[in-house]
Design a binder for this molecule. Structure first.
Ligand code: ATP
Length: 321
């Protein structure tokens, strides 16, 4: 019994060298994605980075040209895994002249679901149970997105893959979708969500994957991200090799990170002025210094651009030139 309990859960999604080429161009290239079971995985990238292509492959809507996808430890094509995945990719594929319920029944029939009780259940879960005879073409964007999620929930999947679920929604609609995702996640469902709206995504996500030009540049969990965004004090000096021994001698508890030949980041420092004084008194000119806290959006943007811009890092910084 103990052994069964201690067996780690397989990853909800694991891709190995996943690749999709359109003619000679690779839209997705050698992607190794790992989504733990129970996670809300925020998938981030600029326009054309390869998010939709990746999500389509996970949902079985596009065929990889290379690599492998495993869902809950089994190959993606396995009929046992297909039933465990619900998708909302690009437009929700709704019939405009049908009501919410008619749309859900049509999708349930397509999926071969015999028991229509799930239709009412998913409509209730998503708050779409009271839309009556109203045709889908008259729905607001938020209602359409919620209906799209309702359809993705048919069959009670364990993994939901949502491409831009909050795109085009007003703040109220965004909040409703966020609360719905949080509730379903608390009930045990795993999510992979792509979004451009980084601030909103960061309210939800437990894990992040950042994609750039078809390749994954980073996978990071919420705690690691918070650590990376913690406050630091940056100094710019002529030569870090002269400053470092002095800092080590006088501030032994402070963690240093040499950013480049002129810039050092110091973590755990409280008195920036004292450090400046120490360096200047020891004939090491300080060209610039300041405290900095990177917010999540800034961090993501720096990773998506693949460049750091230390000169733009803080507006609290003082130039001492
Ligand atoms: P967006 O946020 O704009 O939707 P994305 O990150 O989802 O962008 P994808 O739609 O996956 O990006 O596109 C990745 C690249 O693959 C782009 O350069 C796109 O032009 C290309 N691409 C996507 N689908 C096709 C296709 N069917 N045929 C040819 N090229 C395609």
């Amino acid at each position: 019994m103990e052994q069964i309990n201690s067996t780690p859960k397989p990853l909800a999604v694991e891709t190995t060298a996943l690749t999709k080429r359109y003619r000679s161009k690779a839209a997705v290239y050698h992607l190794d994605m790992k989504v733990p079971t129970g996670a809300i995985y925020g998938f981030i990238g600029r326009n054309g980075a390869g998010k939709s292509t990746t999500l389509k492959m996970l949902c079985g809507l596009a065929a990889p040209t290379g690599g492998e996808i495993r869902l809950f430890g089994r190959p993606a094509g396995d009929p046992m895994t297909a039933r465990r995945v619900g998708c909302l990719i690009e437009s929700a594929g709704l019939y405009p002249n049908m009501t919410a319920r008619q749309n859900a029944i049509a999708k349930a029939k397509c999926m071969g679901l015999a028991d229509m009780k799930y239709v009412d259940k998913v409509l209730d879960i998503t708050g779409m149970g009271h839309t009556g005879n109203k045709k889908t073409k008259l729905f607001s964007m938020g209602m359409k997105q919620r209906l799209g999620i309702a359809l993705a929930l048919l069959g009670n999947p364990d993994l939901l893959i949502l491409d831009e679920p909050i795109n085009g929604l007003d703040p109220e609609g965004v909040r409703e979708i966020r609360q719905l995702i949080q509730r379903l996640n608390e009930e045990g469902k795993t999510f992979v969500i792509s979004s451009h709206i980084l601030g909103e995504l960061s309210k939800l996500a437990t894990h992040y994957g950042i994609i750039k030009d078809g390749s994954l540049v980073e996978q990071i969990n919420r705690e690691e991200l918070a650590h990376k965004c913690t406050d630091y004090f940056r100094i710019e000096v002529a030569d870090t090799r002269r400053a470092l021994p002095l800092i080590a001698e006088h501030l032994p508890g402070v963690e240093t990170e040499v950013y480049d030949s002129r810039n050092i980041r110091l973590y755990g420092i409280k008195d920036g002025a004292a450090l400046n004084r120490l360096l200047v008194e020891n004939h090491i000119p300080v060209y610039a210094s300041g405290f900095h806290h990177m917010d999540l959006e800034e961090y993501f943007l720096s990773r998506m651009d693949g460049t750091h811009h230390p000169e733009n890092e803080t507006n609290q910084e003082v130039k001492n030139v």
